[in-house]
Design a protein around this ligand. Structure first.
Ligand code: SF4
Ligand code: MG
Length: 321
């Protein structure tokens, strides 16, 4: 089970010293080859931290991350370099991740140069091919990022992520900065690339409405923990956890998920420095019982399948039947 606690430096006077933020607190999940696993939650729930741990940008404080049976947390530098080819990342903001002084062709070539792949001529051919793959004319090789729209820049980022033939792409809010009409185009591109290159995606988003276009399974996170995980159908058609239901309630009315019981989300997310006792959702939950303030609910199924929820009320109810 994976943990990431950030120590708060004493220099920040807002907090007493020696406290840590439990950004991710004991989570565990599997990702299957060729699937898209969505990780959804409000900002600050720890989903980006999970993304950065999987991509080895940061290391967990505790726990294992296994990829093809290897624990990537324990890899040595050379092995890690190989692994970095297999796991690539696409970030939210296509503006900040592309160096404005470099031509887009050079930006896509960069990972190939870093990993010493191919001759100059071979790399140029590969970059041209990647540009066409993501729907950008290869004649634009010498242009600069500012000459492209937000959606095109995200395509350039995706081409860069594809350069090393990865197995997994971790997408952290890849369409959140884009207009809704452009979002659909980029999501469609990601879907067709997945089929073409047999990619596995871990798709991080705050938006259950975006995730439904692309994910096979979905994990819902709240305050550093997974509170529900299930298939697309299970999460959207028969959600169990009150927090998932509340998130679904924020999807616009005309959506096809209009007939689920909608519960409103009240109050704000509590501080991850001092999370509430018991179920960390209890202060915001309309169904909370006394047990919820004391015991941390385990992530389990009341049906004996892989649709898991961490909620006392959900899991007790079935037991008493
Ligand atoms: Fe609500 Fe209790 Fe379930 Fe937490 S455990 S979601 S507080 S009912
Ligand atoms: Mg984030």
């Amino acid at each position: 089970s994976l943990k990431k606690h950030f120590d708060i430096p004493n220099k920040i006077p807002l907090f007493p010293s020696n406290q840590s933020v439990k950004a991710v607190d004991g989570i565990s999940f599997d990702v299957y080859k060729g699937e898209t696993l969505g990780i959804v939650g409000e900002s600050g729930c720890g989903k980006s931290t999970v993304a950065r741990m999987i991509s080895q940008i940061i290391s967990p404080s505790d726990g294992d991350i296994k990829f093809n049976k290897q624990n990537i947390v324990e890899l040595h530098r050379n092995e890690l370099k190989q692994l970095r080819k297999s796991i690539q990342m696409v970030f939210q903001d296509p503006y900040s991740t592309l160096n404005p002084r470099k031509k887009i062709g050079e930006l896509i070539e960069e990972p190939l140069v870093v990993h010493k792949i191919g001759t100059k001529k071979e790399r140029k051919e590969k970059v041209e091919e990647l540009l066409e793959t993501v729907g950008i004319n290869k004649r634009f090789y010498d242009r600069y990022p500012h000459e492209f729209s937000g959606g095109q820049r995200q395509r350039i980022n995706i081409a860069r992520a594809l350069a090393l033939n990865p197995d997994i792409i971790v997408c952290d809010e890849p369409v959140s900065a884009l207009d809704v009409s452009i979002q659909a185009q980029v999501l469609n591109l990601l879907r067709s690339l997945q089929q073409e290159f047999n990619l596995t995606y871990i798709f991080i988003s705050h938006d259950l409405n975006v995730v439904r276009y692309i994910c096979d399974r979905i994990a819902v996170m709240y305050l550093g923990k997974i509170v529900e995980i299930g298939t697309y159908e299970e999460i959207y058609e028969t959600p169990k956890h009150p927090y998932t239901k509340a998130l679904l309630a924020s999807i616009p009315k005309e959506s096809p998920f209009d007939d689920i019981d909608r519960i409103p989300l009240k109050g704000n997310i509590p501080s991850p420095i001092n999370p509430p006792s018991g179920c960390s959702f209890h202060e915001r939950c309309p169904f909370a019982i006394e047990q919820c303030t004391k015991d941390i609910p385990e992530l389990l199924s009341n049906e004996g399948n892989n649709h898991l929820a961490a909620c006392h009320v959900v899991n007790n109810k079935e037991e008493n039947k």
